[in-house]
Design a protein around this ligand. Sequence first.
Ligand SMILES: [Zn+2]
Length: 171
Amino acid sequence: MKLAIEPVPAPLWNFNLREFMPESGWDKFHRSLFNFNDLSCAVCRKKVDQPSSLHVDEVWSYDCRGRRGVARLEKVRLCCWHCKKGKNLDRSEHGHRTKSRILPDAVDHFCRINSMSRQAMMLHMKRAFNVWEDRNKLEWKVDWGSYSKLLHVYYEELPSPCWFTPTAELV
Ligand SMILES: [Zn+2]
């Protein structure tokens, strides 16, 4: 599967490089991601005309074997809007035609690049959200992986690893 639905566990919302870097540092890093000779999506390889059509996508792994989960930032890539949206497809966004056609387009794109029927996509999404609900209940440690070097430029002490519990309403 080229692209999987994998919503970020709720306790980890806002844990992303952009949140943890000053704007100037983020801008510099963001620019370094672009290959201006080949502006294309890292997932579906679609070519785009402008850098602004590519969106930063952080690829995290989630290790839930221990008492606490460990979220590790594995890589950062640039992808098109449809792939970015596809990874975060929401249960409320599938299937139904809307006036804008934006969301059905994301669903169609997801099915096309994965060579997957809509029915198989629905099953995959159901499973993904079951996993997500389990992950929401965990305490997490954030591991910035090789990107911690980047954060070290700005912080004497890294803002991770940090343990934190899910918010009360999610438990
Ligand atoms: Zn794409």
